[in-house]
Design a protein around this ligand. Structure first.
Ligand code: G3I
Length: 335
């Protein structure tokens, strides 16, 4: 083959992939990761719940093993993530009587968490997804009505960035979100980021998660998104790229009777065309785009096998279930 992803993009940006400690212990997958990628993101190991399961107890083993792998093989690491409404530990929002904690208590807990986690990997993690998915999907409000918001208002966002910057002033601090190519969501994310930038909050970059489909986004919407956020002086990264072979559905979570779920040649072709298009845009706007990370390694395992439709196998990546390059791979590396 000779045409690895990281080699093809050496003059553009690092090419990353989300991993688990288990993935890295599998010789075939770790060999593919080392051959193709030069950056890794822990898929789950550094989320608040997994790494900080009780108030005064951290679970470092999996995160440490991922960082050790990166150190050994000279890979970049994107830390993910310091503040999110999902995968939060049970204890975080409640006092010992089971009542919601006050804003002061929650912000102190957030500060302790960030100081411990960012401090532990200082100098080994170059970028952090500091706040993940705080903007509402609902067009009637700017921020998601999470417990973070209910208890702190929007202050948890600027505090999270402030704490992370205090601990590691060298780290590149990201706001990370999805569906940022849809005009209304893009506008809301822009409004939040503009408020933060205008208030001199230390946010340096925005992560476009890029959980896309063969038919979304269009080239124009993607270009508009990159330009819009770059206009704030922020760098942009693609942080969780996969391209589903099914259109994005919210309206059903179960397989429809008789639904065709085969990975047909037509589906593979449409996916290859979409990967080709988005990487043309990434290359064209490389002055704003400082990294592209795929969310999983191959079609063997992908979070999309359980979302949005339970039990519907998806085939969203460049490598198939046998870790072999697909049509899309050749379109991405041959340009
Ligand atoms: O590790 C536990 C295991 O001990 C337990 O037995 C099992 C059953 O409850 O759960 C396991 O944790 C699961 C975890 O993945 C590790 O496999 C959680 O239930 C499951 O919810 C979690 O799903 C992850 C999801 O985020 C929620 O954290 C997906 O793997 C991961 O791909 C997905 O990634 C997110 C990004 O972080 C943010 N952007 C969206 C993206 C897709 O949802």
């Amino acid at each position: 083959t000779g045409k690895e992803l990281k080699e093809s993009y050496r003059n553009y940006f690092p090419i990353g992939v989300a991993v688990s400690a288990r993935t890295l212990k599998d010789p075939a997958q770790s060999e593919l990761i080392l051959r193709q990628f030069n950056s890794i993101t822990p898929e789950n190991a550094m989320k608040m719940g997994p790494i900080h399961p009780e108030e005064n107890r951290y679970f470092w083993r999996d995160a440490d093993s991922i960082v050790a792998f990166a150190q050994k093989h000279n890979l970049r690491v994107r830390g993910h993530n310091l503040c999110w409404h999902e995968q939060t530990p049970k204890w975080l929002f409640y006092d010992k009587n089971g009542k919601l904690v006050t804003k002061e208590v929650l912000l102190r807990r957030l500060r302790d968490h960030i100081y411990n986690v960012v401090g532990r990997y200082k100098g080994k993690i170059y970028a952090w997804d500091v706040v993940n998915e705080a903007v509402s999907d609902d067009s009637t409000r700017l921020l998601r009505n999470s417990l973070w918001y209910q208890i702190c208002g929007e202050d948890f966002i600027l505090k999270a960035f402030q704490y992370a910057h205090e601990v590691d002033p060298q780290a590149i601090l990201f706001y990370n979100d999805y569906n940022t190519e849809r005009p209304e969501k893009r506008e809301r994310v822009y409004r939040l980021l503009k408020k933060l930038v205008d208030a001199k909050v230390p946010v340096n970059a925005v992560g476009l998660q890029a959980h896309w489909s063969f038919d979304e986004p269009t080239s124009n919407e993607l270009i508009a998104t990159v330009k819009k956020f770059a206009s704030l002086g922020l760098k942009v990264q693609i942080t969780e790229l996969d391209i589903s072979v099914y259109p994005w559905e919210k309206n059903h979570r179960t397989l429809r009777p008789g639904e065709d779920t085969s990975y047909s040649p037509e589906r593979e072709q449409k996916q290859a065309d979409q990967y080709d298009m988005v990487f043309k845009v990434f290359r064209k706007y490389k002055k704003y785009i400082t990294g592209v990370t795929f969310w999983n390694v191959s079609d063997r395992y992908t979070w999309l096998d359980t979302y949005p439709v339970e039990g519907r196998k998806n085939y969203p990546l460049l490598f198939d279930q046998n870790l072999q390059p697909k049509k899309a791979y050749w379109r991405v590396v041959n340009f």
